[in-house]
Design a protein around this ligand. Structure first.
Ligand SMILES: Cc1cc2nc3c(=O)[nH]c(=O)nc-3n(C[C@H](O)[C@H](O)[C@H](O)COP(=O)(O)O)c2cc1C
Length: 329
């Protein structure tokens, strides 16, 4: 059973990949998308998107990282994928799911799902540009406006030579509105031989099981659920109980330090607020912490605030984990 940390632009940066894979239970990561237009990017762009390229395309704990690209130009998608492979990318993932308007106006991401032939073309041109031993994977939604082409989309990815296909079980139009329609992944699976990875709305080990059952897929990709509970993959894989929030003190301290080292004080401050918000979906304590740190303007105030908060928590560690129904972020 594989569990993949989902790519999330503006959220799953190298620091998150590093700290979350260190917690354990995650088999692969995927970078935030690199938008390919009409040029071949210089090396530094690839290193910025995926600094793990300096370390064999793996996080410090050895988890492989796929570099994700998004675009529709067959030539430049191939060229950029080729360069990523030369720089040592473990694998190349192609994003056919991004709903962002700027992305779709430029014709990439989910807009290609309207025409499965184009999914085939992009996949096969990337596949041809990359040495055979480097996996080229694809990530799609169930369709653009409706789900009628989902089977053909899967066939297109397979015919293009994809190593596996991750399916976010919603259309572009459904954006992030619950529910995820896992049962459609099963329909796609019946049309192809290539491995499918089920994705969308897995918040708990119970959701994971339901998703596996209705999609027919063993393997899953998890995004927001892992951000809400960084040990979710361990809960699923090792049947561990969820960690209480006060156990995340060192995690937060490492998170702000590494975020600071990666992009500076403002970045670290904002990412810490974001992490609290994301963890607030599963932990009351994270919501309380967010209330305290949201007003901070200086990075220097962050660590004392965290230390004070966690010191108080240690005195009242008995608040239980609460899992509210998922809301779109
Ligand atoms: C803030 C945010 C950014 C995302 N960025 C990307 C991205 O860069 N590439 C991609 O393929 N999917 C991206 N996604 C989609 C996720 O990978 C995933 O398919 C989606 O969140 C559903 O999974 P989840 O319910 O486990 O979060 C993003 C989602 C969110 C919420």
């Amino acid at each position: 059973v594989k569990i993949i940390l989902a790519p999330m632009e503006g959220v799953v940066d190298p620091v998150v990949r590093q700290l979350f894979t260190a917690i354990g239970g995650i088999d692969y990561c995927v970078t935030e998308f690199l938008r390919v237009t009409s040029t071949l990017y210089p090396n530094k762009v690839f290193y910025k998107n995926c600094p793990e390229l300096h370390h064999g395309s793996r996080t410090a704990t050895g988890t492989p990282v796929f570099l994700q690209i998004l675009g529709s130009d067959l030539v430049t998608m191939g060229e950029n994928a080729h360069k990523a492979a030369e720089l040592g990318a473990y694998g190349i993932d192609i994003n056919f799911g991004c709903p962002a308007k700027t992305v779709n106006r430029h014709d990439g991401g989910a807009s290609l799902l309207k025409d499965p032939e184009r999914v085939f073309q992009v996949t096969s041109s990337v596949r041809r540009a990359v040495p055979a031993h480097i996996p080229v994977t694809t990530k799609v939604r169930l369709g653009f406006a409706d789900k009628s082409l989902c089977g053909e989309i899967a066939q297109a990815a397979e015919a293009g030579g994809a190593h596996w296909l991750t399916v976010h079980a919603r259309t572009k139009m459904e954006a992030y509105r619950p529910p995820a329609h896992w049962e459609y992944i099963q329909l796609m699976k019946e049309k192809v031989q290539l491995p499918l990875i089920a994705n969308g709305e897995i918040w708990t080990p119970h959701d994971h099981k339901l998703c596996q059952q209705s999609s027919g897929c063993e393997d899953t990709m998890i995004g927001r659920g892992l951000m809400a509970q960084p040990d979710l993959a361990r809960q699923i894989r090792f049947k561990e109980r969820p960690k209480a929030f006060f156990h995340y003190k060192d995690f937060f301290l490492d998170f702000i330090q590494q975020s600071h080292d990666w992009r500076g004080p403002f970045y670290a401050l904002n990412r810490c607020k974001q992490l609290c918000k994301l963890m607030g979906r599963s932990y009351h304590e994270a919501q309380d912490l967010f209330q305290r740190i949201k007003i901070l303007e200086k990075y220097g105030d962050l660590e004392p605030c965290l230390l004070h908060f966690f010191a108080q928590l240690q005195h009242s560690p008995n608040r239980t984990i609460d899992l509210p129904p998922p809301l779109p972020i």
